[in-house]
Design a protein around this ligand. Sequence first.
Ligand code: SF4
Length: 218
Amino acid sequence: MSNLESINPDKREKVKKIISTLQLRYGTTTKKDSPFYILISTLLSQRTKDETTDKVSKQLFLKYKTPDNFNKTPVKTIESLIKSIGFYRVKAQRIKEISNILITKFNSKVPNNFDDLVSLPGIGPKTANCVLFYGFGIPALAVDTHVHRISNRLGLVKTIKPEDTEKHLKPIIPQKYWGWINYALVSFGKEICRPIGPKCSECNLTKICNYKKQQEKK
Ligand code: SF4
């Protein structure tokens, strides 16, 4: 469990500033959806633009809503519905496999714990944490490419792999913000702290950003 008072004062102030700045920009609440929708839409989002994922996921769930619906649908039909998504053949197969496992092992329900979620084919820590938070409202810190990149740029962590970022962020981000910080940093990463060409001139975090300081020294 994170406890801001127990971390070093500089990092504590940095975390507070980041949270307050992001709250001003993105608010304090996040959208929730059914665990099965979050599971499948996050699976579809891997290596795909968010706009495409949102559109395809919504269209898909207009037709099919449950593991049973997908289980009874031929894989070719699923492929045809998601073919604007990257790696759509593999993902269609995954949807079939996951649906079948949910039916046979989990009584047609999405499990609400990390270990069972990552046991499903194609489901890694990021997707599992998204399902826990956005689907079940359970505190979980999903580290995707935006969260990983920005946490390193700001100097909250110094990591190479997203799994390590999650491990090092958890002790310094209060638990009540774990789910929200994913939403806030993903939004921030798309708008301001972009992977290439971050818009530092429009950012209110320049004074505490390690990346910005390094750029200025060059
Ligand atoms: S100052 Fe630039 S690099 Fe740092 S968080 Fe803001 S946009 Fe990202």
